[in-house]
Design a binder for this molecule. Structure first.
Ligand code: PMP
Length: 272
């Protein structure tokens, strides 16, 4: 059975799911998106993902052509049409079809696309062994240029960092911000553990407010583990007892080395 893709209220076979080459999402990366997990038929933190999508859209002055409730229904419908209970949903909203110029006011209708698929981001053994990552020279977007809190379709900043990481044989890479502080990885938030405390960069470091990040912080606090959202340097990363990354696709993945410095010598990682 071919995959069914949702575009603007209708389901299309994957091969027929198309949008215009004049769409500003394609021409300029002008749009927003979300990546969401479904576990056993339950869409994980759907409300939070919809809130973030709406906030991203608001920040770029893109008006969504449907309500959050309608979007929630469309997501459920797309998952059901593909028979997916455990999987990943990509919601994309583009500015729509415009001219070859930049003017977003010339764009007609935003395009709403929902793709439901299965996903495994990193090989299973890495969840045991841990990732080896490096710090790359590509600086995370300056918040005053393109705020990382906006989950926009313009991911070149992250892709350039990913290219650097891959070049060095690493599938994830750590990005610093314009002040040289730790920001986040190309598609994941970063956490450290030191002396039984969890440390993670604050929003002001210029990061995406990860939904998995928020879940991890809440779970840790429920268990009376102290969590500090605090500016971090590479040095903090190098001397941490544990390091792990969080993301919708990655979930929680341990890191064993950063720039060749091992975090607590590997396993066991009690807090991770
Ligand atoms: N940072 C970036 C740059 C991301 O793209 C993502 C999502 N892949 C994350 C962090 C993690 O966010 P979330 O937990 O909401 O998936």
């Amino acid at each position: 059975m071919p995959m069914k893709i949702y575009i603007n209220g209708k389901l299309y076979d994957k091969a027929d799911a198309k949008i215009s080459v004049y769409d500003h999402g394609l021409l300029y990366g002008d749009g927003v998106f979300e990546g969401i997990r479904s576990y056993a038929g339950n869409v994980f933190r759907l409300g939070e993902h919809l809130d973030r999508l709406w906030n991203s859209a608001k920040a770029i002055r893109l008006e969504l052509p449907l309500s959050k409730q309608e979007m929630a229904k469309a997501i459920e419908k797309t998952l059901a049409a593909n028979g997916i209970e455990d999987g990943y949903v990509r919601v994309v909203v583009t500015r729509g079809c415009g001219t070859l110029g930049l003017d977003p006011n010339k764009c007609s209708d935003p395009q709403v696309i929902i793709i439901a698929d299965r996903i495994s981001l990193y090989p299973d053994e890495l969840y045991e062994k841990g990732l080896e990552i490096i710090t790359v020279s590509t600086v995370r977007n300056h918040p005053a240029a393109l705020n990382p809190r906006i989950k926009s379709l313009n991911y070149l900043n992250n892709i350039l960092a990913k290219i650097e990481g891959l070049q060095a044989g690493c599938i994830e890479a750590l990005m610093l911000n314009h002040n040289g502080q730790v920001a986040e990885c190309t598609g994941d938030n970063l956490f450290l553990v030191r002396d039984g405390r969890i440390l993670t960069p604050p929003m002001e470091a210029g990061i995406l407010e990860g939904i998995t990040r928020d879940v991890v912080i809440a779970l840790a606090r429920e268990q009376d583990i102290e969590v500090r959202e605090t500016p971090l340097t590479k040095h903090d990363v190098y001397i941490a007892d544990e390091c792990f990354l969080t993301g919708t696709a990655a979930e929680v993945v341990p890191v064993v080395t950063v720039d060749g410095r091992s975090n607590g010598g590997g396993t066991p990682r009690p807090i991770t």
